[in-house]
Write a protein that binds this ligand. Structure first.
Ligand code: FDA
Length: 514
């Protein structure tokens, strides 16, 4: 509309008048007529569901290289009523870092990705635009006996990941990424630059798991590095229906959260063709990182989970940094440089959901789940069971906004990928996913049915654009954050009372009408 074109012009004018120090902001602004606009926008889109011609696109993308550019973007957006979306790695499952239904601007932190590792202090300062692969690489470049507990896929961005929790194969030993953050730099709604001390403990609490995008632009994070042994052991052991998969998965639920905390054994489940006639089977891959050598691992497994029949031959010893490649399917001997590659291969559309399991699912329940998985043959359905326990049991529910601690045996990630193009196919696969989720209801956490914020799922509820009421947002808020949602609302009311930083699942301030 002409009104929005006007706003847009005024916004650009505002930016151009903004005083700069070193780099000229005009070279970091991409409007829709700029020849690089599409490549800058698409570079960090990780779910092609949100890159079609019908997906709403930002009026402007800004790629700041310094603090003053972020301050300019916030101040001018506020002044001219533009909504802001903040993007680091672009992995948001629902595309919220680069899609909005109202005219908007993307602040893309791709250029702010420096990482400074302090080996003596065992800490690092990490800018939000870095990926976790870059984090692993920069630590390993300096020292092989320190690491950091974060996710499996190296292209995941630090900004969203740390802001929403962040977990991977060291979760049982060291907790989440957000549990290991000790300082942060943020730009707030007034364009102020704040560190832990100046932002205060309430805001510092909120951004470690409560989703940064409700509170400001998080520029950088200071983290504690964690010790890793010089030798770790990995294995992936596959079992199918002919190999007692149901009994094995059932049994795993009784041991996976009680193992020694050096041991992380997750399960990746898929329904596969078992014969040319179309008979289906279920394959479970028991996929593991052990923070130690194989000679200590085998007796541990023989004692706690002999049913799997793990042998020395199933296991490979390597360094911790090599294990980050292993979990991404790279062969041994691959250069660590792949950790720096920000472009994942073969992007295909997907939908995901999450669940928490507090009581083992009985064998009949698992068998019913296999049936449901067999129904989806056109797409690729994957379920990932990630064990909790260990360190996760020791951290209190209110330590940071992420509340899923003691009492959870494991977390499920439900995923469906499909190759077909178009809306009809997408709706068909998403509707299958919703049926699977309905099937799981009796077996998973209730009141609330918990969910992991970093596996963003708009099915569980959204803010209506314009009016955000506490009652409405608490429906999804309590699933992600349990009682911590109330404290998040309190912090939001203090730091952003006019609800400038908002999106479909942002934390609302009390009685906001925007
Ligand atoms: P993106 O840039 O899309 O941001 C996500 C959200 O955070 C948005 O709301 C955004 O506005 C906000 N945000 C981003 N940067 C911000 C900043 N600097 N300040 C304030 N707000 C900011 N998770 C996990 O725990 N373990 C895992 O192993 C994996 N693996 C994985 C693999 C793949 C292929 C995908 C697509 C996703 C995962 N995830 C994951 C989920 C991942 O942790 C989650 O999507 C993160 O939010 C992604 O962070 P990005 O910065 O990449 O996303």
């Amino acid at each position: 509309s002409s009104a929005s074109a006007h706003t847009h012009e005024n916004f650009l004018q505002c930016l151009s008048h903004y005083p700069n120090t070193t780099s000229n902001i005009s070279q970091l602004i991409y409007t829709q007529t700029n020849s690089s606009y599409a490549s800058v926008l698409n570079f960090s889109i990780r779910n092609p569901r949100f890159s079609s011609s019908s997906t709403p696109k930002p009026l402007v993308i800004i790629t700041p290289v310094q603090l003053s550019h972020i301050q300019a973007a916030i101040n001018c957006s506020r002044k001219h009523g533009m909504q802001v979306r903040i993007r680091s790695g672009g992995h948001d499952y629902e595309g919220l870092s680069y899609v909005s239904q109202v005219p908007f601007v993307v602040i893309d932190l791709i250029n702010l990705r420096s990482i400074t590792v302090d080996v003596d202090e065992r800490t690092a300062w990490i800018e939000s635009g870095a990926t976790i692969g870059e984090v692993y690489y920069r630590i390993a470049e300096k020292i092989r006996t320190l690491g950091f507990p974060a996710g499996v896929c190296p292209t995941v961005g630090v900004g969203g990941h740390f802001g929403g929790g962040g977990y991977g194969t060291m979760l049982r030993k060291y907790g989440l990424s957000a549990d290991n953050v000790i300082d942060a730099h943020i730009v707030d709604v007034n364009g102020r630059f704040l560190d832990r001390q100046s932002m205060g403990e309430d805001l510092f609490w909120a951004i470690r798991g409560g989703g940064g995008a409700s509170f400001g632009v998080v520029l950088a994070w200071k983290v504690k590095l964690v010790p890793v042994p010089s030798t770790v052991t990995v294995f992936s052991v596959n079992r199918n229906l002919e190999q007692n998969v149901t009994q094995l998965v059932h049994r795993w639920q009784y041991v996976a959260d009680k193992f020694d905390e050096d041991l992380f054994v997750r399960i990746i489940l898929q329904s596969l063709n078992a014969s040319a006639e179309g008979k289906r089977t279920i394959q479970a891959s028991f996929n593991s990182l052990f923070l130690g050598g194989v000679d200590r691992l085998i007796p541990l497994m023989e004692k706690s989970f002999p049913e799997l029949g793990l042998t020395k031959e199933d296991c490979t010893e390597m360094s911790w940094i090599e294990s980050t490649l292993y979990f991404n399917g790279f062969s041994s001997g691959e250069s660590l440089d792949v950790l720096l590659d920000r472009t994942p291969s073969g992007l295909i559309p997907y939908k995901a959901k999450s669940d928490y399991v507090k009581e083992p699912i009985p064998e009949e329940g698992l068998e019913g789940l296999w049936e449901k998985m067999h129904e989806e043959t056109a797409g690729r359905a994957i379920l990932i069971f990630s064990p909790y326990g260990g360190k996760m049991d020791e951290i209190s529910e209110s330590e940071i906004p992420f509340p899923h601690r003691v009492g959870n045996i494991y977390k499920i990630q439900h995923l469906i990928y499909w190759e077909e193009e178009g809306d009809e196919a997408a709706q068909r696969h998403i509707s299958w996913m919703r049926k699977l989720y309905a099937y799981m209801t009796p077996y998973v956490s209730k009141n609330p049915r918990a969910a992991y914020m970093n596996y963003r799922d708009l099915d569980i509820g959204t803010n209506r654009n314009g009016i955000t009421s506490y009652t409405e947002s608490s429906i999804w808020g309590i699933k992600y954050f349990k009682n911590n949602f109330n404290r998040l609302v309190h912090v939001k009311t203090m730091v952003d009372p006019t609800n400038f930083f908002r999106h479909e699942q942002s934390v609302p301030p009390l009685s906001s009408r925007v």
